[in-house]
Ligand binder design. Structure first.
Ligand code: NAD
Length: 481
C-alpha cells in the first residue's frame, strides 16, 4: 500500500472512478512539522459537486434496496482494509496534520475501526419494521447525504458519518477538510478494494466556499452531516434551511473538569492534562477548563506543573513523541493569539506561553500552557482555543462549580473527579453537556456522542448515530407481512 502522496495530485473519487489532476487547480498539503510538501488534491468546484451528487443520487435506489446483511458485509470488508492499511493511514495522518505516529496508529486509526464496529453492531440490532396502533412503521434511509468533516480526528469523523449513512442505506458525498484530505483519499481506495458499488461513496476535495457550500445547498442532497466549528455550523444551517434538508451538527466545546474535594489529585491531574494536551489540544471534547476547590488549588497546580514536563513537544514521526505540532501554521497563530490575549486579560502563566518552541522553530509547535486564576470575565474561559492550553479556576462550593461549568455557550463534554461515584454522578447530572467522563473516562464510541447548546445537535456513535440517517414511514391500516 502507498504510504505517501508526495509528488502526486489526487483527483476526486466519483462514481467509482478517480478523476485526473491534470490541468486542474490544486490544493497543496504541507507537513505542519517542517513545511515539507506531502501531496496535493484537486480544488473542487460546483461542477464537481454536481457530478458527485448525480452519482450518489443514481446509486441510491439500488443501494437502499440492498439487504442490511449485504451492507454490513461490505462495511466489515472495509474494516479489514483499514486494519491492513493501519500503518499507511497513520503515516499519512502524521504527514498531513502532524499527529504523533504512535497516537495516529492507536487513536486516529484505532478509533475509526472501533466506530465502524459499533455502527455495524447497531445496524445488526436494528429493527426496520414494527407495528404500532393501526400502522406498520418502516424505517428507511434518508437519501443522499453530504458529509463535511474537519482535520483534527479526520478518519474518526469520516467513519462515524459515512459508516452510519452507508449502513442505513444512504449514499454519500464526502468533502473532507482541505487541511488534511489525504487520509480520505487513502480511505476511498479502501472503499474501492472492499467492493462498494460505484456511486455509493464519493469524495470531492476542496474548500468550504467552493465545494462545501454547493453541497449543502444542492437540491438533490437530502441530509447534511457536519463536524467543525460553531460558526461554519451556523452558516451551514442557514444555507441548508432553504431546502428544509435534515442537518446534524457536531461543533466545538469548552468543556470543564470539576475536581471534587475528595478526588485523587495525581490521577485527576494526569487525566485532565491528557485530555487537554493529547492531539496537541485539537480535540473538540477536550477538558480545557479545570475547576479546582480552593482547598486543593496549590497542590493541584504543583502536580500539574510537574506532570506538564512529560508533554514536551517533538517531531511527530518519532515514536516517543506524545505532543506534536498543531495542524497548520494558521492554527499556530490562532493559538498564540489566544495565549497572548489570556496574559493581557490577567491570567497567570503556570507554564508555557506564546513563544516558539526552541529547536522546532520551523514547525507549528507550541509549548503546552497552563493558566491559573482564569475568571469568567476572560476570553480564555469561554473561547475554544483548539491548542494545548488549560485554564484553571478555583471554587468554594459545589453549586459554584456547577454554575462555572455551565457558564458556556457550549455543552459538548465535561468531567467529574471524585472518590465517591454517587457524588460524581450527582454533579454529572447537573452539567448541561452531551457527555461527562467520571474520573478520566474517555470517549466511548458505543455511547451517543454530541452536544447540548451551541455544541450542536443530533448524536453520533452507535445506535443513535446510526438512526440519524433513517426516515420513518407509517403505513396506516397495514400489518407486518
Ligand atoms: P471548520 O468549521 O473550519 O471546517 C470544517 C469543515 O467545514 C471543513 O471541511 C471546511 O472546508 C468546511 N467548510 C468551511 N466553510 C464552509 C462553508 N461555508 N460551507 C460548507 N462547508 C464549509 O473546522 P475545522 O477548523 O476544520 O475544525 C475545528 C473545529 O471543529 C473546532 O471548532 C472543533 O471543536 C470542531 N470539532 C467538533 C467535533 C465534534 O464532534 N463536536 C469534533 C471535531 C472537531
Amino acid at each position: 500500500m502507498m504510504r505517501s502522496f508526495a509528488g502526486t495530485v489526487v483527483g476526486h473519487y466519483i462514481n467509482g472512478q478517480w478523476g485526473s489532476g491534470q490541468g486542474r487547480e490544486v490544493i497543496e498539503v504541507h507537513s505542519p512539522s517542517d513545511g515539507r510538501a506531502v501531496g496535493a488534491v484537486v480544488a473542487g468546484t460546483a461542477e464537481d459537486v454536481n457530478k458527485a451528487v448525480d452519482a450518489a443520487s443514481s446509486a441510491f435506489p439500488a443501494w437502499a434496496q440492498t439487504s442490511p446483511a449485504e451492507r454490513i458485509r461490505l462495511v466489515e470488508r472495509l474494516i479489514i482494509e483499514i486494519e491492513r492499511g493501519r500503518e499507511a493511514l497513520a503515516s499519512v495522518l502524521t504527514d498531513e496534520m502532524g499527529s504523533p505516529l504512535a497516537f495516529a496508529r492507536a487513536a486516529q486509526v484505532g478509533v475509526a475501526v472501533a466506530d465502524l464496529r459499533e455502527l455495524v453492531a447497531a445496524a445488526r440490532a436494528h429493527d426496520s419494521e414494527w407495528e404500532v396502533s393501526n400502522s406498520l412503521v418502516i424505517s428507511e434511509p434518508v437519501g443522499v447525504v453530504a458529509a463535511i468533516t474537519p482535520w483534527n480526528f479526520p478518519l474518526h469523523q469520516i467513519s462515524l458519518k459515512v459508516g452510519a449513512a452507508l449502513l442505513a442505506g444512504c449514499t454519500v458525498v464526502l468533502k473532507p477538510s482541505e487541511i488534511a484530505p489525504l487520509n480520505a483519499a487513502m480511505l476511498a481506495g479502501m472503499f474501492e478494494a472492499a467492493g462498494f458499488p460505484p456511486g455509493v461513496f464519493n469524495v470531492v476535495f476542496g474548500n468550504g466556499e467552493s465545494v462545501g457550500d454547493p453541497l449543502v445547498t444542492h437540491p438533490k442532497v437530502d441530509m447534511v452531516t457536519f463536524t467543525g466549528s460553531r460558526n461554519v455550523g451556523e452558516r451551514i444551517s442557514i444555507r441548508a434551511s432553504a431546502s428544509i434538508k435534515r442537518v446534524t451538527l457536531e461543533l466545538g466545546g469548552k468543556s470543564a473538569a470539576v475536581i471534587l474535594d475528595d478526588a485523587h489529585v495525581g490521577d485527576s491531574v494526569s487525566a485532565v492534562l491528557r485530555s487537554a494536551f493529547a492531539n496537541t489540544g485539537q480535540t473538540c471534547a477536550a477538558l480545557t477548563r479545570v475547576l479546582v476547590p480552593s482547598s486543593l488549588r496549590d497542590v493541584w497546580i504543583k502536580q500539574a506543573l510537574d506532570e506538564s514536563r512529560k508533554w514536551t513537544p517533538g517531531r511527530p514521526e518519532e515514536e516517543s513523541t506524545i505532543l506534536g505540532p498543531l495542524a497548520s501554521a494558521q492554527q499556530l497563530e490562532r493559538v498564540r493569539q489566544h495565549i497572548r490575549r489570556a496574559i493581557q486579560d490577567g491570567a497567570e502563566v503556570v507554564t508555557g506561553g506564546a513563544g516558539m518552541v526552541t529547536g522546532l522553530e520551523d514547525g507549528a509547535f507550541v509549548y503546552p500552557t497552563i493558566f491559573n486564576n482564569v475568571t469568567p470575565q476572560m476570553q480564555l474561559f469561554h473561547e475554544e482555543v483548539f491548542g494545548p492550553v488549560l485554564a484553571i479556576t478555583s471554587y468554594e462550593t459545589i453549586e459554584e462549580a456547577v454554575a462555572l461549568a455551565n457558564d458556556s455557550i457550549y455543552g459538548l463534554s465535561g468531567g467529574v473527579f471524585s472518590a465517591d461515584d454517587a457524588r460524581a454522578i450527582d454533579v454529572a447530572r447537573q452539567m448541561r453537556t452531551g457527555t461527562v467522563g467520571i474520573n478520566g473516562a474517555g470517549l466511548d464510541v458505543g455511547a451517543p456522542f454530541g452536544g447540548y447548546k451551541q455544541s450542536g445537535n443530533g448524536r453520533e456513535c452507535g445506535t443513535l448515530g446510526f438512526e440519524e440517517f433513517l426516515e420513518t414511514k407509517s403505513v396506516m391500516g397495514a400489518r407486518k407481512p
